[in-house]
Design a protein around this ligand. Structure first.
Ligand code: CO
Ligand code: CO
Ligand code: CO
Length: 318
């Protein structure tokens, strides 16, 4: 006979290593995983903004290897200043993305506010023995990234009217793509740790993995796939405030080799929206995992480096 145990703080997890979701153990087999995320528009088109915000919110569930169950909308909108059709378009984008993820939106709440904001609270479920944390990487694991980076720099270029329509479209496509497909593979190929790349950028999220796992990561700029035009804009110093803060916050833990230019450091620290998954995969499985990822995704997953035993810094960039 199974008895549902009341959770104590011992059974709830997720906060201690800045993991992607809070974990609430339901019973000996399964846990609820919970996340919430919302932000201000990063693209002009309200429908795409809704889609991207929803994909971004769902991503935390996928980063743990879980299945989303349902979501709630969370929105802010200047109801007296902007046409309500815009809000409808945002919500429609979110609903379509949840439809693609195969989950219902059960309700939500909108408040009046000067600047529009949108996102989801997402509830997911996972088998206790399949939970993939961000803090359990092992030495010698390959580090795999599943999407190109640079969406923060491109979003800033869009706001300044500098990005080409081709770059805008491809960046929206990247942010719009669910991490579901990559997440499905993680249990099968025995991934040791995973997180999704969002506001803290590649360096920030990797640094959390290193701290939690007590390891050092060694990555190289050349292996990281970038969105078109990112280098051009970064060289012109089109860098979002959040990205500058990320580099500032993380640089004490990073050893950049002497040939690194400032713009390359900013790109690695760039604050992402709905970025890809960052996986720590046992070396013997990484080839086959990447092959299988690249069969289903239009974005090439790549090994960008590896975890090694703890050195005197958390991340080595060469
Ligand atoms: Co996350
Ligand atoms: Co999050
Ligand atoms: Co309400």
């Amino acid at each position: 006979m199974s008895k549902l145990k009341i959770n104590t703080f011992k059974d709830t997890k997720g906060y201690e290593n800045f993991d992607d979701c809070g974990i609430y153990k339901l019973n000996n087999k399964q846990s609820i995983i919970q996340t919430v995320d919302f932000f201000t528009p990063i693209v002009d088109d309200p429908y795409f903004f809704g889609q991207i915000a929803a994909a971004n919110s769902l991503s935390d569930i996928y980063a743990m290897g879980g299945k989303p169950l349902f979501a709630l909308n969370i929105a802010a909108f200047p109801t007296e200043k902007l046409d309500l059709d815009i809000l409808s378009k945002i919500l429609e984008g979110g609903a379509d993305k949840c439809n693609e993820a195969n989950i219902p939106i059960l309700g939500g709440h909108t408040i009046k506010d000067d600047i529009p904001k949108y996102g989801l609270a997402v509830t997911g479920i996972i088998d206790n023995n399949k939970i993939i944390l961000n803090s359990t990487a092992k030495a010698d694991d390959d580090i795999i990234l599943t999407k190109p980076i640079g969406s923060g720099i491109i979003s800033t270029a869009i706001k300044k009217g500098l990005a080409s329509s081709k770059t805008i479209k491809s960046t929206i496509d990247i942010m719009n793509t669910l991490n579901e497909y990559a997440s499905d593979k993680m249990y099968k190929y025995k991934i040791n740790a995973c997180t999704d790349i969002t506001g803290y950028g590649l360096l920030g999220h990797l640094n959390e993995m290193c701290k939690g796992s007590k390891l050092t990561a060694k990555i190289s700029f050349e292996k990281v796939t970038l969105i078109d035009e990112v280098i051009t804009f970064a060289k012109k110093n089109i860098i979002p405030g959040g990205t500058k803060k990320n580099l500032d916050y993380n640089k004490k833990d990073v050893d950049f080799s002497d040939n690194y230019a400032e713009y390359q450091k900013y790109i690695l620290a760039d604050a992402q929206t709905s970025g890809g998954l960052l996986m720590s995969c046992p070396n013997e499985n990484s080839e086959i995992l990447i092959k299988s990822l690249n069969k289903i995704s239009k974005y090439k997953s790549r090994i960008i480096g590896k975890f090694i035993n703890k050195q005197n810094c958390n991340i080595i960039c060469n």
